[in-house]
Design a protein around this ligand. Structure first.
Ligand SMILES: O=P(O)(O)OC[C@H]1O[C@H](O)[C@H](O)[C@@H](O)[C@@H]1O
Length: 530
């Protein structure tokens, strides 16, 4: 298509929201103009399902749950007055807690204000808080934020080393909706040990965000933590960033959570429109449907031209892939659905994988995110008439054109600046797009049955490890190959798992297991150290 024709298509298709200063440009998606009309009946059905969801329908039938993240930004829309009150009360508690911490009314045991924040969580209980912290943080933050988002001991040591002697002025927020996630429990225990080693009483440094009466809730109350903020079963982990999960860390960091919520609320209003052309989330969902043939046939590459949006693709990976990646559709038919999401940031990726995007396997579409405002304050000229930010803009436009010339399609989202409101709007935009797209492809976006399999299998491995350790200790006079051990435990079919457990045990001193080094690594002999 010629440049001027594309310009016409740009003007024809551009969605712009004046108050949010947000645009969605689908002109570089090659669907015909008739596509929207053709998809209209399916879209209307999706809008209807969304309205039912917002009115409190059981939108997650597998878990018999309502899906209410939109109410978090507009409590008056919650289906009962009681829920509305709970949402308002939780927000008030978040703000009151953060303000007490900032004012020193809730202080470190040495009487000083808390200066650091250690957030312990995983999945939806970490990705949203991390994205918000990274996109909106600054040198003026009220607290410096750190994360434990895994059960990797070395990763935790690295964070603790960074905090160093600052631990005595560190507040720990442990976040888990279910309150039973092992990685988070381990992170909490490791944090507690670090505090105790430093002679500090963990409970005086800890606050929880969790569901009522969860394991974490009970621990927090038995040990007398500083507080507990609620999570509800009608908020999914991956859509929990506008609940206390995201708001408490953000408020403690000093981010204006009211503006974040306001941005999300305004975007929610816009994406409730049943007029497809006026609904930016519907336009995104339709673009995804077009690009992937409604079957995940192409990957979604996210290229935000802004360092502060680096973690957006990681955040969206969970939101999109956990919501859409489903074996069965809502009628129980095998569909193997999903959209693969990856990306970092432009212009950086230009020097990494954009080569393949332009010339290699055409199995993707791009979402560019353009941010008009370069920085606070003035910019130097890096050459006559051009700043670093002008270059960033030039590289964005150049890549968009270069890809389009080679028939690589893209959507561009433009925002004026990075602010709590625009981050809230981006979050809400994608939450809605995922919900609408899930309706279009008839999958339940609000459950994650596949995640349980790995958790159960990990439980089996840990149980087998217990049996192996017991056997090594009981028969400490002898050594075992993995095959011996599997036979001795009467689990010959588990020999590979036994080998992997033994190899890991011997690599770490805590269990007191030693290994010989044989020519073939699977013939190594293991014994309990005497
Ligand atoms: O908040 P939690 O209950 O600890 O859950 C943390 C994460 O764990 C799971 O594996 C789910 O798949 C995620 O959706 C969830 O966000």
């Amino acid at each position: 298509m010629q440049k001027l024709q594309l310009w016409e298509r740009y003007k024809n298709r551009l969605y712009h929201h004046a108050e949010l200063e947000l645009s969605v440009d689908t002109s570089r998606m090659n669907f015909p103009d008739s596509y929207l009309d053709q998809m209209e009946p399916r879209l209307q059905k999706a809008f209807e399902e969304m309205a039912e969801l917002e009115a409190g329908a059981i939108a997650n039938p597998d878990e018999q749950r309502m899906v209410g993240h939109y109410w978090l930004r507009a409590p008056e829309l919650a289906p009962t007055a009681e829920l509305a009150e709970q949402i308002k009360a939780a927000l008030a508690s978040v703000k009151a807690f953060a303000s007490s911490v900032h004012q020193g009314n809730i202080a470190a045991p040495d009487g000083h204000r808390f200066e650091n924040l250690l957030v312990v969580g995983i999945g939806g209980s970490a990705l949203g808080p991390q994205f918000v912290a990274d996109s909106l943080g600054s040198a003026q933050d009220r607290m410096k934020v750190f994360f434990f988002d895994n059960t990797d001991p070395d990763g935790m040591d690295k964070v603790l080393a960074e905090i160093g002697s600052g631990l005595k002025r560190t507040l720990t927020v442990v976040i888990s909706k279910s309150g039973g996630t092992k990685e988070t429990r381990n992170g909490m225990l490791e944090a507690r040990q670090a505090f105790e080693k430093a002679g500090l009483h963990f409970a005086a440094h800890a606050v929880a965000v969790t569901g009522s009466d969860s394991e974490l809730d009970r621990t927090a109350s038995q040990e007398g933590w500083l507080g507990t903020l609620p999570m509800w079963d009608w908020v999914g982990g991956r859509t929990s960033v506008t609940s206390a999960v995201g708001l408490l860390p953000a408020a403690l960091q000093g981010i204006d959570v009211d503006r974040l919520l306001a941005g999300a609320r305004i975007c929610d209003q816009a994406t409730r429109s049943r007029s497809t052309r006026d609904n930016p989330a519907a336009l995104l969902a339709l673009s995804w449907f077009h690009a992937t043939a409604g079957k995940g046939e192409r990957d979604m590459v996210l290229l935000p031209y802004k360092d502060r949006l680096l973690l957006f693709s990681r955040y969206l990976q969970q939101l999109i892939m956990e919501s859409l990646g489903k074996e069965l559709d809502r009628d129980g038919k095998k569909v193997l659905q999903g959209i693969t999401v990856y990306g970092n940031k432009g212009s950086t990726d230009q020097h990494a994988y954009v080569q393949q995007l332009r010339e290699g396997v055409p199995n993707f579409f791009v979402t560019f995110i353009e941010v008009l405002k370069d920085r606070e304050g003035a910019s130097m000229l890096v050459e006559p008439g051009a700043t670093s930010g002008d270059y960033l803009s030039g590289f964005f436009q150049g890549t968009r054109s270069a890809l389009y010339e080679k028939d690589r399609e893209s959507v561009t989202i433009t925002i004026r600046e990075i602010s709590p409101a625009s981050i809230g709007a981006l979050i809400a935009l994608y939450e809605r797009a995922v919900g609408l797209y899930a309706s279009l492809i008839n999958v339940n976006a609000y459950h994650q049955p596949g995640v349980e399999a790995g958790k159960k299998a990990a439980g089996t491995v840990l149980k087998l490890q217990g049996e192996i350790l017991e056997m090594l200790r009981r028969q400490s006079e002898r050594d075992f190959t993995c095959a011996d051990m599997a036979m001795t435990l009467a689990r010959p079919e588990e020999v590979e798992t036994v080998f992997m457990i033994l190899r890991h045990l011997a690599a770490n001193p805590v269990h007191g297991v030693s290994a010989t080094t044989e020519e073939k690594v699977w013939e190594n002999r293991f014994r309990a150290a005497r």
